[in-house]
Design a protein around this ligand. Structure first.
Ligand code: NAD
Length: 263
């Protein structure tokens, strides 16, 4: 299937590793030029080298902490200077800190809000006027299955991702007549560094092994395995595509069947 996004410009935040990087690779394989950002210059450079080595798209990268509004503005300015526009925005970020309610001081709530919610809102504010003007745009937020079924021990993530979902669902209605779609993709357990670290810290805390912790995650999933970043990225690429013209305001799981709800 030709996704019809050759030469479009895609901005993928938090894209040096994990799901963000996999999405960037998938969009590059479809011919989209890329703007990447993350906090670490060395891992961003490695990602840019890998993508430019395997495709002919143009890629720029910006070192930025997207929880800082000034850094978001800088990412947008670099995208505008290099390409003049952004057609596809994928809002991603590192996950908020884990732990139960009483483990988090007030500042942890502010940090989670800035990282997950404000970064998506600020990035959207930058790119949306151009998308509306050109009557074409795709905004995709990477959220979590926690939006449908809160995950124990992740109270910060469970709370702020609900806000992102409300934002996206409302914005989708506001911009629907401009050819701009707004959707969320909800990863289930997907094998990235984040999940590897989570398994390691659970193993240390519970006195088990990493393999046992991964097996415990897999046992909850009807497919009995973790997802791969590439499987996740395929869904994002479809929603970013010319083919996905009539899907907006949706939250779509890529979770091997983990969520048991009917809708
Ligand atoms: P990851 O830790 O493997 O990668 C995170 C990426 O975000 C890295 O490139 C990192 O440099 C970048 N990053 C982190 N904080 C940043 C910041 N402040 N500014 C700019 N870049 C920043 O994580 P992942 O597994 O790819 O997860 C991506 C998102 O999806 C997270 O929000 C995570 O909570 C969520 N999620 C992941 C899973 C999963 O199973 N992997 C499941 C549900 C939700």
């Amino acid at each position: 299937m030709d996704l019809g996004i050759k030469d479009k410009v895609a901005l993928v935040t938090a894209s040096s590793r994990g799901l963000g990087r996999a999405v960037a690779e998938e969009l590059a394989a479809e011919g989209a030029n890329l703007v990447l950002c993350a906090r670490s210059e060395s891992s961003l450079d490695e990602t840019v080298r890998a993508i430019t080595g395997s495709s002919s798209v143009r890629v720029i990268s910006v070192v930025a902490d997207i929880s800082d509004p000034a850094a978001v503005e800088r990412v947008w300015a670099c995208a505008r200077d290099e390409f003049g526009r952004v057609d596809i925005l994928v809002n991603n970020a590192g996950g908020p800190r884990a732990g139960p309610f009483e483990a988090h001081p007030p500042s942890a709530w502010t940090d989670a809000w800035r990282l997950t919610f404000e970064s998506a809102v600020n990035m959207t504010r930058s790119v949306l006027p151009g998308m509306k003007q050109r009557l074409w745009g795709r905004i995709i937020n990477i959220t979590s299955i926690a939006v449908k079924q809160p995950v124990d021990g992740l109270i910060l993530s469970n709370s702020v991702r609900a806000a992102v979902t409300g934002f996206a669902r409302t914005l989708a209605n506001e911009v629907a007549t401009y050819g701009v779609t707004v959707n969320n993709v909800m990863p289930g357990y997907t094998l990235t560094d984040r999940i590897a670290h989570l398994a390691e810290s659970n193993a240390t805390r519970r006195g088990t092994t990493v393999a046992a912790e991964i097996a415990a995650m897999e046992s909850q999933i009807p497919m009995r395995r973790l997802g791969t970043p590439k499987e996740f990225a395929a869904m994002v690429a479809f929603l970013a595509s010319e083919r996905a013209t009539y899907t907006t305001g949706a939250s779509i799981p890529v979770d091997g069947g983990w969520i048991r709800s009917l809708l």
